[in-house]
Design a protein around this ligand. Sequence first.
Ligand SMILES: C[S@@+](CC[C@H](N)C(=O)[O-])C[C@H]1O[C@@H](n2cnc3c(N)ncnc32)[C@H](O)[C@@H]1O
Ligand SMILES: Nc1nc2[nH]cc(C(=O)O)c2c(=O)[nH]1
Ligand code: SF4
Ligand SMILES: [Mg+2]
Length: 209
Amino acid sequence: MNKETQLLIDKGEMLPLMEEFYTIQGEGYYKGTAAYFIRIGGCDVGCHWCDVKESWNANLHPPTETSKIVENAKKYSDTIVVTGGEPLTWDMTALTSQLKNEGLQVHIETSGAYKLTGTWDWICLSPKKMKRPTQEVYDSADELKVIIYNKDDFRFAEEQAAKVNANCILYMQPEWSKRDTVVPEIVDYVMKNPKWKVSLQTHKYLNIP
Ligand SMILES: C[S@@+](CC[C@H](N)C(=O)[O-])C[C@H]1O[C@@H](n2cnc3c(N)ncnc32)[C@H](O)[C@@H]1O
Ligand SMILES: Nc1nc2[nH]cc(C(=O)O)c2c(=O)[nH]1
Ligand code: SF4
Ligand SMILES: [Mg+2]
């Protein structure tokens, strides 16, 4: 990559764009809502069950001008979900300020592992054991979405719930490959601990992106 491109990426004026698609938000609070997804490449958190491992290597995704991403996205939806990869790998200031200038609602899906940049209407924090979220993300998260893969994840979920702000909505979401065993455990847990809600990856049941 040439120096000029690297400089623009450092400033958030270019981003490694993996894919973009108009779909229905499948997960969490906005489940069922039409939204345009911008998936930015690059993540070194390393979840072994990650369902988008192709996103991890940023070098495989073309550096794309942030202004072009915005010009395109605004044609599709009033609600934009920025995901990845881990979007907070990059400076989200330019992307979100341009999306906000277009009057769009801007949501993020993040592990919270890196510095919180950008202006967000909705922050979905999905914390990971390997790289813990920053305090700023705990303080700003609108929803906490803990992925349940095994029994220890219930303990981790409570640990994370103790760190988020009081208004944060709490979700447990089954890890997809473990859903048959984990869903009954989540159902039981949520009935016993009703501060939690269930989130499913409904797009996978609907066979949409
Ligand atoms: C692919 S991640 C990208 C955004 C960010 N890196 C993060 O982890 O929040 C988007 C969402 O999918 C969740 N996710 C990834 N793989 C999953 C799986 N196999 N089953 C259930 N949820 C999964 C993540 O926890 C996160 O909430
Ligand atoms: N439909 C749909 N909803 C989603 N919610 C979060 C997703 C993500 O990968 O960040 C996702 C996704 O990939 N597709
Ligand atoms: S943090 Fe997100 S993108 Fe990165 S490996 Fe974990 S689930 Fe995948
Ligand atoms: Mg997904």
